[in-house]
Design a protein around this ligand. Structure first.
Ligand code: F6P
Length: 360
């Protein structure tokens, strides 16, 4: 149908490739003669009268390569559906009613929601209440099920690899053990890919509870073989066996903020090995900057697919990447369970085969 008006919003933490999705949505909509209305700061932009703007193809030209999001986003606020440690919150009826009022007043026929687990859980509430939505999976953590990859993950991993390359030279000059704390609250994909790609000696993941002594032994064993420096990559969500994750801040709305395990690993490894250690926390450097070519292409494909799903009226579905092909799955399937690293899987086995220690 020509003349259709569709909405687009980005929710959750930002991630390289979000603007590539916008570029894909606007481009595909233009071909159909549709208008795209971009809402600012995620679902918050749906509060009446609506914080939004018409996204013209001429205006979005050139955004493909930009990091961040031209629409703005938030992982806090009235539409947060994830609270505490993995709890689900139902969005209050009066908030949903206000959002519906804006969508109707703007003449929006369907809403494309680009986000991770939390954003898609909120999107599902709109769909369940009768407003047509399409989900697009976004997260540097790569922890969404029902898609083999999310855009943003490759860019984040590249930052980890570049950082390890840099830490490697200073570690070897000073004969130190360098610890790099990376993002990944439930899933250790960033640490695993980054650690393998960057030549880490040990990788500590949320999925594999670790033993400090085993990590220390691996470092001492390397020493015996003449390697006087080592790199350890730690996911922010990793924890020693029997211990809880290290929480940096539990006071805000939404999910608790993790952070601090890297410093603890540095102290303990220094104590057990007698070696000098230093910790670097990579933090939001992993989320900033331009997307890699892979994320630019994946983001564009996801955006185009979202528009095609609207054209086919296949609502309540999330764009999904499987077997080198972009298809779709029900959103419900994507948010039902997280995509975690399999401790017995091929990737961990590959890492162990080249001598990487997981502390287990
Ligand atoms: O979900 C992506 C993520 O990058 C997590 O790995 C991390 O715990 C969180 O976002 C940090 O979010 P914030 O921007 O609120 O610090």
């Amino acid at each position: 149908m020509s003349g259709q008006k569709i909405g687009l919003l980005n929710g959750g933490g930002d991630c390289p490739g979000l603007n590539a999705v916008t570029h894909g949505v606007v481009g595909a909509a233009k071909k159909l003669g549709w208008d795209v209305i971009g809402f600012r700061d995620g679902f918050e932009g749906l509060f009446p009268p609506g914080d939004c703007k018409l996204l013209k193809a001429e205006k979005t030209a050139g955004i493909l390569k930009l990091g961040g999001t031209i629409l703005g986003t938030t992982n806090r606020g009235s539409f947060s559906s994830k609270v505490g440690e993995g709890g689900i919150r139902k969005i209050p009826a009066e908030i949903m009613a206000q959002a519906r009022e804006t969508l109707e007043a703007q003449g929006i026929s369907a809403l494309v929601c680009v986000g991770g687990d939390g954003t898609l859980t909120t999107a599902l509430q709109f769909q369940d209440e009768g407003f047509p939505v399409i989900g697009v999976p976004k997260t540097i953590d790569n922890d969404l099920r029902a898609t083999a990859m999310t855009f943003g993950f490759d860019s984040a991993t590249q930052v980890v690899v570049d950082s390890l390359d840099r830490l490697h030279t200073t570690a070897s000059s000073h004969k130190r053990v360098m610890i790099l704390e990376v993002m990944g609250r439930h899933a250790g994909w960033i640490a695993l890919y980054g650690g393998i790609g960057g030549g880490a000696s040990a990788i500590l993941l949320p999925e594999i509870p670790f033993d400090y002594q085993k990590v220390a032994n691996a470092i001492l064993e390397r020493e015996e073989h003449g390697f006087r420096s080592s790199l350890i990559v730690v996911s922010e969500g990793a924890a020693p066996a029997g211990e809880a994750q290290v929480i940096a801040d539990a006071s805000g709305q939404g999910e608790v903020r993790l952070g601090g395990i890297g410093e603890q690993v540095a102290d303990k490894i220094s104590e057990l090995t007698g070696k000098e250690t230093r910790c670097t926390t990579l933090g939001h450097l992993q989320r900033g900057g331009s997307p890699t070519s892979l994320d630019r292409v994946l983001g564009t494909r996801f955006g185009v697919k979202a528009v095609k799903l609207i054209e086919e009226k296949r609502f309540g579905r999330m764009v999904s990447y499987q077997q080198y092909h972009v298809g779709s799955v029900p959103i419900k399937e994507a948010v039902s369970e997280l995509n975690l690293v399999d401790p017995e899987g091929e990737l961990v086995d590959t890492a162990k085969s080249v001598g990487i220690c997981f502390g287990d």
